[in-house]
Ligand binder design. Sequence first.
Ligand SMILES: Cc1cc2nc3c(=O)[nH]c(=O)nc-3n(C[C@H](O)[C@H](O)[C@H](O)COP(=O)(O)O)c2cc1C
Ligand SMILES: [Mn+2]
Length: 491
Amino acid sequence: MAYRSFGQFIEALDRAGELNRITVPVDTDLLIAEWADREMKSPGGGKALLFEQPIVDGKKSAFPVAINTMGSRKRIAMALGRDSIDEIAQEIQLILKAKPPTDLREGWNLLKQGIHLLHARPKQVKEGTCQEVVHKIGAEDDSSFSLGDLPILKCWPKDGGRFITLPNVHTRDPESGARNVGVYRMQVFDARTTAMHLQIHKVGARHGKRYYEKNERMPVAVTLGGDPAYSFAATAPLPDGLDEILFAGFLRKKSVELVRCKTIDVDVPADVDFVLEGYVQPGEMRPEGPFGDHTGYYTAVEDYPVFHLTAITHRKDAIYPTTIVGIPPMEDFYLGDATVRIFLPVFKMNFPELVDMTLPPEGVFHNLVFVSIRKQYPYQAFKVMHGLWGMGQMMFSKYIVVVDEDCDVHNTSEVLFRLCANTDPARDTTVIKNPNDSLDHAPTEQNIGSHMGFDATRKLPGENYHRQWPELLKMTDEARKLVDALQKKTR
Ligand SMILES: Cc1cc2nc3c(=O)[nH]c(=O)nc-3n(C[C@H](O)[C@H](O)[C@H](O)COP(=O)(O)O)c2cc1C
Ligand SMILES: [Mn+2]
């Protein structure tokens, strides 16, 4: 179930007919991005693309570029070794609801889950394929190998440079020792320095702050590739302190093998494709951007920490994984969508009335949330909104629309119908203050803003509605069955 390498995942995609190999040379300057954008916007997310001859500054790179590898329902499930993402949600539900089994089958299922949880613990190993080739950089410089040798994309015309878009950034809390892995993009400044886009709400930024306060460098290891479960775990909005490596081990049902980096005291998965080792210096900031962002707009230039490379190590047959973000729908929609589906049981544990939830692609994660509830008492829709606004990265949700359980939140048209039909704006909305996603350009000030909730559920007595709530139209089952039969005959 777990992939021993990123290459093995690419082969699995190929066998499943989910990969297009592009054998002609294609420039990493905008052309791979334009090709990938068309693919991501084709029905269902198109295919994964493997550019076998990426061109960097007029020269062919030694490493192929893989993009859109998780950009569909099927491929994200394949990335996590399942037929469907819902299997993982069921596995999580089983753990959350764990109580003494009532029959043999339940007992067996629970036992299996227990064994899979054991896999969450990583294993330390002495050697890893990610260190088959080692290039130390700086004083011990052994070669002219540098970031310029990686097929790093320039994604959009006005981008400030080339950006590493799927880096798994490994850091440690200097006090508790807790590990964190997050995907924070990196703009290449030169052969051995990049920006590190640690937005202020993210755990990597908090770790940095702890080091800088003590005037210490933060050691940082950036990995690319390996089992795609690693990258997925790094994008997942886990609570601060919950180790992404444990989560990856649980997802892939196999312990992650960790190897110590060559020039810093950080452990990384031994089977990744590339490791960029280095550090962030306290107080050092440089302008980052512009960058064609997942908002669909360019994010303006802002100061961000600088990452200094001390080594690059890689497998001999390394593949460079990347993505591009932009006007939705893009590959990252499927990452966010899978996250919501996987963690739905956790949300349901916090909100027993919650039936279903989705972040539609048009809202680009934080801008729009549709949630359906089984309403029992007045103002319950507002309670759910406020609860969501208080939960981790859900704090960024700009608009939350709450509907009744019989509305399919995955059908945007149905939700909009309920929103329009069931609300009196003055009565059924609330506007609150909350932290805002750093990338949102709309608020007057960065990182803070207002959020709006819509109660589009049917109004109960006690909700300031003094009329008879009407009944939604519905045909009888009998009439439906009869017409089904008639239509079958006439077809
Ligand atoms: C393709 C992609 C690019 C991302 N780029 C950034 C980024 O540049 N900076 C950032 O702070 N978060 C970025 N994120 C979001 C974080 O990876 C995400 O919020 C993650 O949950 C953070 O983990 P943390 O809670 O451990 O900090 C990106 C996500 C994806 C899918
Ligand atoms: Mn984290």
